[in-house]
Ligand binder design. Structure first.
Ligand SMILES: CC(C)(COP(=O)(O)OP(=O)(O)OC[C@H]1O[C@@H](n2cnc3c(N)ncnc32)[C@H](O)[C@@H]1OP(=O)(O)O)[C@@H](O)C(=O)NCCC(=O)NCCS
Length: 142
């Protein structure tokens, strides 16, 4: 819980943005928030929805502090998400305008699943997936 404020500052939620604060608080409390540490402080985070995307784990938020980008931190957080998976398939999504995230997913070998329109007007949400089982861990049939 000590990380809530720094996670929210990295996420860029405006002060008093209570919806995002309560989401992050819930994920930390349930153990579904990963953080990276650099120079002794939190440099990035990811929140996870367990088995809530058609029964699959879904990576909900992923943000790295601007000061620490292009150092492999998001890649490491994605791999930690895979390592801790509770389902054999994992999903993630991003806006079609988010070139850094699209490049990251391509580089980390996530596969295109489909496109959702109607969430952000004029900027479709692109959904990606990958298997978690190649690393040999057992997880649910999903
Ligand atoms: C997208 C984001 C999470 C990437 O974090 P990161 O720690 O910088 O990513 P990595 O260092 O692991 O980058 C891995 C690869 O992703 C791609 N990539 C990352 N940032 C990029 C950028 N600004 N432009 C182009 N490609 C980029 C590159 O292929 C990179 O490999 P390379 O550095 O060897 O070229 C980060 O830019 C961020 O927090 N953005 C704002 C929040 C956001 O958009 N989150 C995703 C919403 S779903």
């Amino acid at each position: 819980m000590a990380d809530v404020d720094v996670v929210l500052s990295i996420e860029g939620a405006p002060p008093g943005y209570s919806d995002r604060a309560s989401l992050v608080t819930q994920r930390i409390e349930s153990g579904d928030c990963l953080v990276s540490e650099s120079d002794g402080r939190v440099s990035g985070f990811a929140t996870i929805l367990r088995r809530l995307f058609f029964g699959r784990d879904f990576l909900e938020l992923l943000t790295v502090d601007a000061e620490y980008r292009r150092q492999g931190i998001a890649s490491a957080l994605l791999r930690a998400f895979i390592h801790g998976a509770t389902t054999s398939q994992l999903f993630i999504s991003t806006n079609s305008s988010n070139v850094p995230m699209l490049n990251l997913l391509r580089k980390e070998q996530w596969l295109f699943s489909g496109e959702l329109v109607g969430i952000d007007e004029g900027d479709p949400e692109l959904v990606f997936y990958r298997s978690s089982v190649s690393k040999g861990r057992s997880s649910s049939g999903f």
